[in-house]
Design a protein around this ligand. Structure first.
Ligand SMILES: NC(=O)c1ccc[n+]([C@@H]2O[C@H](COP(=O)([O-])OP(=O)(O)OC[C@H]3O[C@@H](n4cnc5c(N)ncnc54)[C@H](O)[C@@H]3O)[C@@H](O)[C@H]2O)c1
Length: 410
């Protein structure tokens, strides 16, 4: 195989990623584009720039008619599992975006489908390709920080500008002002009921640095109605405390429903022998302290922010600090060289499920819940479903499958 023949499903962000595939990654041949919304797929087709691009409004028809090696799934999170599983069971490798879903059941469907088909799967979480993630992982592995006891991460993003109203005919979103009074709009399903359910951008880099997985989660949120925006029916801010298998405590704060200053994504690590944290504002600097270097205070260092670990010219101008290029490129190389993908289905589920479980905990005022272990072992053989896919509380007889916010299904 010289090129990966790919079909892209979901023509929002998927339209931009498909265009970059055509322009910058010769390993791909973009064969087909699909969106449930005819208006949307037709509008994006010419900007993708692929010769002879076939357009579809039904992903099953695309899978049946096109000779594809792989499918890129860029639908809303609650639709990823259906499309990804159909693609896998039809023999195609799959790359999808974040998160896997807002429901645990969907995570299991994808894990089991990958195990049953043996095909390649990659989550396109791009922050894990940032330079600081590599450097902090190396620092951790070299033992410079000692045993990492505590990690903080935050994702602050005022979503009032988007994701609020959804036009099912045009297949596009409106922000609060633009959507006001337009007939036929629904509340969008991009916005999860719990902000913590949209979490891989925080957890994927942290878990990569730690080489660990989350075991238990407890979380709280402000009241379900936003204090800021009337239309939001999600808490303005949610905080999760997580314990990993390797006994590190992680605190994650997600705020999507209120205006915020400073950095959107921010991380810090605290170990028995040192501490390191990103800068919090444009004028700030990264801070580090190492016990073995007899330091009495933090030292400032130049925070690389979102610079990729290795910036190649093809990545320049792709989104999120030039990072969007890397998951797509690495996925193609994994297929062509028949190598493991960078973020396989287990890493994808481990970055997605704790946020889903956190949403469940929020609804029980912080009751701790166990996060399912997605890897096969004595309790579950590869390719089999677990006895229960639901999250179990550590205290009390409560089992839940997860948060969702999909008004089109309700
Ligand atoms: N990695 C990142 O930084 C990042 C940034 C933004 C969004 N995302 C994720 O990327 C994905 C896409 O985001 P978006 O902003 O483009 O969302 P979007 O809702 O604007 O677009 C999704 C599109 O998928 C289509 N769709 C849904 N189900 C379908 C199906 N079964 N068949 C065909 N089309 C279908 C919808 O009609 C819609 O046009 C989401 O999962 C989101 O969470 C990731």
């Amino acid at each position: 195989m010289e090129k990966v023949r790919v079909g892209v499903v979901g023509m929002g962000r998927g339209g931009s990623l498909a265009k970059w595939m055509v322009e910058r990654i010769p390993e791909y041949e973009v064969v087909a584009a699909c969106d449930k919304s005819r208006v949307r797929v037709e509008a994006r087709a010419s900007s993708i720039g692929a010769p002879d691009l076939k357009l579809y409004t039904d992903h099953k028809k695309m899978l049946a008619e096109e000779k594809l090696d792989a499918v890129m799934v860029e639908t809303d999170p609650c639709s990823i599992a259906e499309v990804a599983c159909d693609a896998l069971y039809s023999g195609r490798h799959v790359i999808c975006d974040v998160p896997l879903s807002y429901r645990l059941r969907d995570c299991w469907d994808i894990v089991v489908a990958v195990e049953r088909t043996g095909l390649k799967f990659q989550m396109g979480e791009q922050l894990r390709y940032a330079k600081f993630v590599h450097e902090w992982q190396q620092m951790n592995m070299a033992g410079r920080l000692g045993k990492i006891l505590y990690v903080e991460g935050q994702y602050h993003h005022d979503l009032h500008g988007g994701w609020v109203y959804w036009d099912p005919v045009q297949g596009r979103y409106y922000n609060m002002e633009a959507g006001k009074g337009i007939p036929g709009l629904l509340k969008s399903d991009r916005m999860p009921m719990h902000t913590l359910a949209y979490n891989p951008h925080e957890l994927s880099p942290i878990l990569k640095i730690l080489q660990d997985r989350v075991k238990t989660v407890s979380a709280m949120g402000t009241r379900p109605e936003s204090y800021t925006y009337q239309i939001f029916d999600s808490p303005d801010l949610e905080v999760a405390i997580m314990r990993t298998e390797g006994d590190t405590i992680i605190r994650i704060v997600n705020a999507f429903g209120c205006p915020v200053g400073g950095r959107g994504h921010w991380y810090s690590l605290m170990g028995t022998k040192g501490q390191v944290e990103m800068k919090r504002a444009g004028w700030d600097q990264g801070k580090a302290w190492f016990k073995d270097e007899n330091m009495t205070d933090y030292a400032a260092f130049e925070d690389p922010e979102w610079t990729p670990r290795e910036l190649v010219k093809e990545a320049l101008g792709t989104g999120h600090g030039n990072l969007d290029f890397y998951p797509m490129y690495r996925f193609a190389r994994a297929i062509l060289e028949d190598k493991p993908t960078d973020m396989d289905v287990y890493l994808a589920a481990e970055a997605s499920a704790p946020g889903i479980v956190a949403g469940i905990s929020v609804e029980h005022e912080g009751l701790p819940f166990a996060v399912p272990d997605f890897r096969p072992g004595p309790r579950r053989k590869a390719g089999e479903y677990p006895a229960t896919y639901k999250a179990k509380s550590l205290y009390g007889d409560i089992e839940r499958e997860g948060v969702t916010h999909n008004p089109r299904e309700e």
